[in-house]
Design a protein around this ligand. Sequence first.
Ligand code: DGL
Length: 252
Amino acid sequence: MTTTIGVFDSGAGGLSVLRELLKAIPDARYIYYSDNANCPYGDKSPEFVTQRACAIAELLMEKGAQLIVVACNTATAAAISTLRARYTIPFVGMEPAVKPAALGTESGVIGVLATAGTLKGSLYLDTKQKYTSDVKIIEGVGRGFVELVESGDLSSAKAEQICRTALQPLLDAGADRIVLGCTHYPFLLPTLKKLASGYNVTFIDPAPAVASRAAQLLGIQPAAGNEKAAQPQVELLSSGDIGPLKRNYLLI
Ligand code: DGL
């Protein structure tokens, strides 16, 4: 029987995680839910985000999801413990990739770009405390990044300006590893890399590790080919405008 995997985010950002899931577990059936009507989550209260996460998880389970990937760092920070306590199926959340950044840095300075909600959450604060005692960590909120991705503006002069505002302080501080702590941000990677050219910096996206974890929980050996299925089984759903989701789906 085909495994059904639910995936959700505040918007289209979680498609950067779906991209890796489709490579690791190409034979599964996917249902992706974008909470576009309530996007962005970044500055919303943890209570509100948890309430939305539970409602979406219930909908995905009704549609047959056997495992749910919370493809949103902000929703993971607010709701992962509640989801795991309340429902019996497994949930995979986003891990802030602070550990690989701390282990890989040569300059001793790492940067983290995320939403305000993620940076305030105990998951991030605990991870930071555990792995960064001997490195300096510089945090930046990607203000306006989610809106750029939802509107499909990934590389205009305006997009560059918004990205530069968040990125430059991290580069100026000497960060040589920058963690993308929001699933929308990988869509801006070409612009971020362009702005960081001339700096010795590597961007870290936790999505491949999250996809491997999902495969492990399902008892599936991640596919070696790193290729999507020729005709992936993906259902796209949205609480609001489905346009951004359909547009960004074509990019993965
Ligand atoms: N994709 C999101 C995350 O990973 C949500 C950002 C937002 O809605 O503010 O945090």
